[in-house]
Design a protein around this ligand. Structure first.
Ligand SMILES: Cc1cc2nc3c(=O)[nH]c(=O)nc-3n(C[C@H](O)[C@H](O)[C@H](O)COP(=O)(O)OP(=O)(O)OC[C@H]3O[C@@H](n4cnc5c(N)ncnc54)[C@H](O)[C@@H]3O)c2cc1C
Length: 327
């Protein structure tokens, strides 16, 4: 590991200015992800700017919804009583991530900015288009059991690892960003770019832009939401497939729905066809089966990860059934 500087910023504005002014500087929140990159040779920032102690950790409730500070720890948000009652998909996704020790340290901002766990990306001795464009993607012909079944490009078949981001997609959340030129909001749906020629581009953030908060609208759909994560063991494992769903049922029929998949694509993956399959119908066997089928209609798996298609189909069905049983 190369020596690096460390500074505690005094304000969000100062933090953004420090990083924006130095191409080799990076923010650090809880440090549970970026310190691994330093140790593994995936990043070598000359300066780490600590944003974990800026007072950006509030969980605020308003008439319109919830505002989560980017410095809030995963565990604090997961056990917040209002979050648990009004945004169950959010609490469950956070609880399903990492381990208790990590959740006590990890911030929401850092969670959204974590990078793929693709073993070829994480090990610098392998070629990888995401690390060095044009070097190839050994996962395509190698071990790709954990990789994408939807929306992959020729250059990269890695998946995004965040559980939180999948839940936020089902909740129509907005990411609040602060840069040296002011503040802006980015819909979570636009926060992670679609696959392009350059898989190094992973978020809508420009260098030096700080995530300061996340806005989550409240309402009946958020209240009737759920999350299911399928993984290789019962805890402390990334998703093979996860599903976040939020469904609004009025007078016995679905008025609106959001369904997002995790562990299947380079970004949290919204499946509009599955949402459409529910609209105007009771949340019952027929519509749920149609939604589950629609969720995987565009799947294009690799030889070693076809199993994910069946898991995704089943997971969508189970989440919707569970939401239906809760009523
Ligand atoms: C063994 C292990 C298992 C894990 N399992 C899961 C899992 O199952 N599900 C899951 O979702 N996650 C999982 N994680 C990832 C974990 O949730 C992340 O490590 C954590 O959320 C990162 O948060 P942090 O605050 O520690 O980020 P940091 O390590 O501090 O930062 C990570 C990145 O975010 C940037 N950053 C931090 N804060 C901000 C900000 N406010 N604005 C802009 N950029 C910022 C940093 O510059 C860096 O690029 C796992 C991690 C480990 C190590």
């Amino acid at each position: 590991m190369r020596p690096f500087g460390y500074v505690r910023a005094e304000s969000p504005e100062a933090a953004a200015a420090l990083v924006a002014g130095d191409l080799s500087a990076a923010f650090v929140g809880g440090g549970t992800e970026i310190l691994n990159w330093l140790k593994d040779g995936l990043a070598d920032p000359a300066l780490l700017v600590d944003v974990g102690r800026l007072g950006l950790d509030a969980v605020e409730v308003s008439d319109g919804g919830l505002r989560l500070g980017s410095g809030a720890r995963m565990s604090d948000v997961a056990r917040d009583r209002h979050v648990r009652a009004e945004f169950p998909v959010l609490a469950r996704a956070l609880e399903a991530g990492a381990s208790p020790q990590l959740r006590n340290m990890a911030t929401l901002g850092g969670n959204l900015l974590q990078r793929t766990r693709c073993a070829y990306f994480r090990e610098p001795s392998f070629p990888c288009n995401k690390r060095v464009p044009g070097t190839g993607c050994p996962a395509r012909d190698g071990d790709h059991a954990m990789h994408a079944i939807l929306g992959a490009s020729d250059a990269c078949v890695a998946v995004h690892p965040s559980d939180l981001a999948v839940a936020l997609l089902a909740l129509d959340a907005r990411v609040e960003v602060l840069g040296v030129h002011g503040r802006r909001e980015v819909a979570i749906e636009d926060f992670y770019p679609h696959a392009g020629d350059d898989p190094r581009r992973e978020t809508a953030l420009r260098h030096g832009e700080l995530v300061v908060g996340i806005g989550v609208p409240s309402g009946p759909r958020a209240r009737t939401s759920g999350y299911l994560k399928v993984r290789e063991r019962g805890s402390f494992a990334f998703a093979l497939v996860s599903v976040a769903a939020a469904v609004e049922v009025v007078e016995g029929v679905v008025r609106s729905a959001r369904i997002a998949l995790g562990g299947v694509a380079h970004r949290p993956w919204r499946v509009r066809a599955a949402e459409d399959a529910l609209l105007g119908r009771p949340l019952a066997d027929g519509s749920v089966a149609d939604a589950a089928e629609a969720a995987v209609r565009d799947a294009d798996p690799l030889p070693g990860n076809r199993y994910k298609v069946a898991i995704a189909r089943g997971a969508v069905r189970r989440v919707l059934e569970e939401i239906g049983e809760r009523g």
